[in-house]
Design a protein around this ligand. Structure first.
Ligand code: HEC
Length: 125
């Protein structure tokens, strides 16, 4: 359900608009829709400059794929085995992220869409 909302939203924001009949640009989707969510809600505890809680940094591509103490943070195409998704869905209260509040359904849907698209991440190493 969330996924469908997310896809509708992406269409609605013009990313898939008629002026751009070219193939869907996953890297651009990451930079415009996903990175801002991570920046706003995760980097203060999961980045090189601040903290690497749980051993996890999300402000680099390598950090996302290597992950933290429990392994890769994101598994392309696999929501169930992507700790980032399980964390933002608050599946387990122990690892609910961000710890004190929940992202909006739209933000969660965008992260899920990103993982289902194969977690494209164009950030240079
Ligand atoms: C206020 C600080 C804080 C914020 C904000 C935060 N986290 Fe965390 N995160 C932690 C701490 C502390 C741990 C390690 C202990 C634990 O698992 O609760 C952790 C662990 C994790 C883990 C497990 C890492 C591992 O390999 O064990 C994931 C995945 C994660 N966070 C994702 C996120 C995501 C995604 C966001 C943003 C939506 C986020 N976190 C925001 C503090 C934070």
């Amino acid at each position: 359900m969330f996924l469908i909302q997310g896809v509708v939203a992406i269409g609605g924001t013009g990313l898939l608009s008629a002026s751009e009949p070219t193939a869907f640009d996953g890297g651009r989707f990451f930079e415009q829709q996903v990175l801002p969510i991570l920046e706003q809600h995760c980097f203060k505890c999961h980045s090189r400059e601040h903290d690497a809680e749980g051993g996890l940094v999300l402000d680099t591509r390598a950090g996302c794929s290597t992950g933290g103490e429990s392994g890769p943070a994101v598994k392309a195409g696999d929501l169930r085995n992507s700790p980032v998704i399980q964390a933002v869905r608050h599946v387990d209260p122990e690892t609910a992220m961000p710890p004190k509040k929940k992202l909006t359904p739209m933000e969660i849907a965008l992260l899920e869409t990103w993982v289902l698209l194969g977690a494209p991440d164009p950030r240079p190493e």
